[in-house]
Design a protein around this ligand. Structure first.
Ligand code: GLN
Length: 471
């Protein structure tokens, strides 16, 4: 079945003309037609455009490595002339007037944008349940969430609708749904991939990353989307890494640190068990494992949930019903602002706007926002120090496996606590990957998270590939 193959396999078949891009795209479309009415991964599928592009590619003689391969895009990343809702009613009919830089890069590489995937509203959530449009379910157990906020992208890959998808990760939204759906998800270094054209949640944390069926597939797409971009002032000016030619399995001799603060209570026993087995495998592959300490990481979740809403409240101020998006009918300008935002935003967005505005307000700024920034620096210093001693860090990706639909949606604190193992990498700006490492007794997938120093994605992907070969 073509839909189950990796990019590496598909690329070789396409270039040898053993399969056509039209066949591949049709296979994906058929699978979507068959099952997406149950999974709800996509908000929109670009059937005609995709088939047309595939046909043009099939008429060409020499193909670039990723040419003719379909990809799904989280509906937070702008694709020119297509709707971009960010999962929110306030952007329900918003049509993007330009391509995000990552989309421009994918198009130049010849990839086929197959559709836009469902996500939590403005990427706020861990279950995709805050989307204003539909509830995506986990393809491995349809009574459970796919994770979030890039849940549609994870489900699209896990349900064999596409070989790869893009997600965004501000506090774990690529890695956690990857873990819940049993696939690979890479969160790059902050600034390694341009954010131009990404709907902003928290601008000092936001990253865009690939979600796929193998570490190498993540490397393929990462090497296309990474690189400098003058349109994003925080984007690194270094050239994109020529990763794919170097993504051979390599782990021997690497020092892997186990942050003792991350492995305490709150992590489900079966996950601990599988994590221990994963460590044994890493040792067998020649890695040296040692316990280390990141003393300030215990504050990372609190830091994240102060700074992220502060940035989100500022970013969401632009949705005022005047410039673009939904606009409520009203008799005065102020009433128009109030009605547009009251009707347009869902509960989670409103909660974060209120929290963020509060911590930025004159009387509380020093106590919350400024203090959290100071502690953020401490967390970053911990990582800088530890990466002088070890190459990678290992933890589980999540404290639990995929939970039931509806289980946490009315308990925001419980939902936020689930991000405890992923947010630190965003607070520090370092890259991290989630790798499938087995299943619990209910046959739900478990993720192993590896974290590296800034701009060391190659080390992460090589280690992930070595682990994958052994699995
Ligand atoms: N679950 C986290 C939150 O709700 C992370 C979201 C994300 O990475 N976009 O903020």
């Amino acid at each position: 079945m073509l839909n189950k193959l990796t990019i590496t396999e598909l690329s070789s078949k396409l270039r040898k003309k053993e399969i056509s891009s039209t066949e591949l795209v049709s296979a994906c479309l058929n699978e979507i037609k068959k099952s997406d009415s149950k999974i709800n991964a996509f908000l929109e599928v670009f059937e005609q455009d995709a088939l047309k592009q595939a046909q043009e590619i099939d008429n060409k003689k020499d193909l670039k490595p990723l040419e003719g391969i379909p990809i799904a895009i989280k509906d937070l990343i702008l694709v020119k002339d297509k709707k971009n809702t960010c999962g929110s009613k306030i952007l329900e009919n918003y049509i993007a007037s330009y391509d995000a830089t990552v989309i421009k890069n994918l198009k130049e590489a010849g990839m086929i944008i197959l559709g836009k995937t469902n996500c939590d509203e403005f990427a706020m959530g861990s279950s995709t349940e805050t989307s204003a449009f539909k509830k995506t379910v986990n393809p491995l157990d349809q009574t459970r969430v796919p994770g979030g906020s890039s849940g549609g992208s994870a489900a699209a890959v896990a349900a064999n609708f596409v070989p790869v998808a893009l997600g965004s990760d501000t506090g774990g939204s690529v890695r956690q749904p990857a873990a819940f759906c049993g696939i690979y998800g890479l969160k790059p270094t902050y600034g390694r991939v341009s954010r131009f054209g990404l709907g902003a949640l928290a601008s000092s944390f936001d990253t865009i990353g690939p979600m796929a069926r193998s570490a190498e597939d993540c490397a393929w797409v990462f090497s296309v989307i990474a690189g400098s971009d003058t349109k994003d002032a925080t984007c690194s000016t270094d050239a994109a890494p020529e990763l794919i030619h170097h993504t051979f399995p390599q782990i021997k001799g690497l020092k892997i640190g186990l942050p003792k603060e991350s492995l305490g209570k709150g992590i489900n026993e079966e996950i601990k068990e599988k994590f221990d087995q994963a460590l044994q495998k890493l040792e067998k592959l020649g890695a040296k494992i040692e316990e280390i300490s990141l003393p300030h990481s215990k504050y990372a979740l609190a830091v994240y949930y102060i700074l992220m809403p502060a940035e989100a409240s500022a970013n969401l101020a632009r949705y005022d019903g005047v410039r673009y998006g939904f606009s409520a009918h009203a008799n005065s300008l102020i009433e128009n602002y109030l009605e547009t935002r009251s009707q347009g935003f869902g509960n989670e967005a409103k909660r974060r706007i209120i929290l963020g505005t509060y911590t930025l307000s004159a009387g509380y700024y020093d106590a919350y926002y400024k203090k959290a920034q100071q502690v953020r620096t401490k967390v970053i210093e911990d990582y800088n120090k530890i990466f002088e001693k070890v190459d990678l860090l290992a933890t589980p990706t999540t404290p639990t496996t995929a939970f039931k639909l509806g289980e946490k949606i009315d308990d925001p604190l419980a939902m936020y606590m689930g991000d405890i193992l992923t947010v630190s990498a965003n607070v520090a700006g370092v890259p991290a990957i989630s790798i499938p490492c087995g299943f619990d007794k209910q046959k739900l997938p478990i993720g192993l998270q590896l974290t590296a120093d800034h701009f060391e994605e190659m080390k992460l992907l090589q280690a992930a590939k070595a682990y994958e070969v052994l699995e």
